[in-house]
Design a protein around this ligand. Sequence first.
Ligand code: FMN
Length: 301
Amino acid sequence: MTLAPGNSPFLVLKNPVMPASGTFGYGTEYGDLLDIQRLGAIVTKGVTSVPWEGNAQPRIWETASGVLNSVGLENIGVETVVREKAPLWSTWDVPVIVNVAGHSIDEYVQVASALDGIPGVAGLEINISCPNVSHGGLEFGTNAAIASRLTAEVRAATSLPLVLKLTPNVTDIVSVAAAVVDAGANALCLINTLRGMAIDIEARKSRLGTPSGGLSGPAIMPVALHMVHAVAHSVHVPIIGCGGISTAEDAIAFIMAGATAVQVGTATFTNPLSMLAIIEGISDFMVRHDVVDVAEMRGVV
Ligand SMILES: Cc1cc2nc3c(=O)[nH]c(=O)nc-3n(C[C@H](O)[C@H](O)[C@H](O)COP(=O)(O)O)c2cc1C
């Protein structure tokens, strides 16, 4: 299956299942637990122009049916990624998509151009849920015009396939999706985490080291499914569905809503082998229902 249509750069995946950014490190950490070459792709944690230390601890709080996190994009920076991670990726069969983060459009552009043409980097996933420092910390992806400008500038900086990862913290995700596709996105990934908060009433403070964080896990799946369905009906690039997927049934629901591929995040924390079980479960479902190609199920709802 390919992740971008027409004459645009494309990415061929052997199956539609890959990890969600930030839940699978740089792809190297899980090597002892599962055969990562069986995955459709690897998606790295967010990479910035210089190393980021991330937020104060605690960074994770388990909620009913989900997880709140405030990791704050801790990462080793693009130079170290190019020097130490990419050479290993270039020996793998599984394509590696690097997730890109930034505090300014210039930072996204800098990271994208540093990764352009690097052997081992198959594509970029642009996380536009980061705070835009020049706009009072508002997420880039909450404003269609800013998201469009960011996409166009990153598009000009690289020939790699570009996946734009959208934030659900908006009133109209379809308009942001359309804006980034018009500006050159080859594919979309949705959704990132929903803003959330938990309070320790005895200590009278946030359960996280920051006031709020991002909610992921099964709790957000209905929101993600709705957004994938809505966007799939209005834009015509491949969509990677993400948000609360923990079983093959969940993944198939996203495909039926219009997704071409899926990402699995929080479920990996409870079962590191869940992606492999999802790949097998999709195959079993296809055999039971005489489905030859995943595309036959795409968007049927
Ligand atoms: C601990 C943690 C770290 C994350 N880090 C990133 C990140 O670096 N970049 C990004 O785009 N999304 C990040 N995410 C969001 C996930 O990629 C995913 O969009 C979200 O968790 C929803 O999927 P899930 O419910 O399967 O976890 C992170 C999520 C978690 C739980």
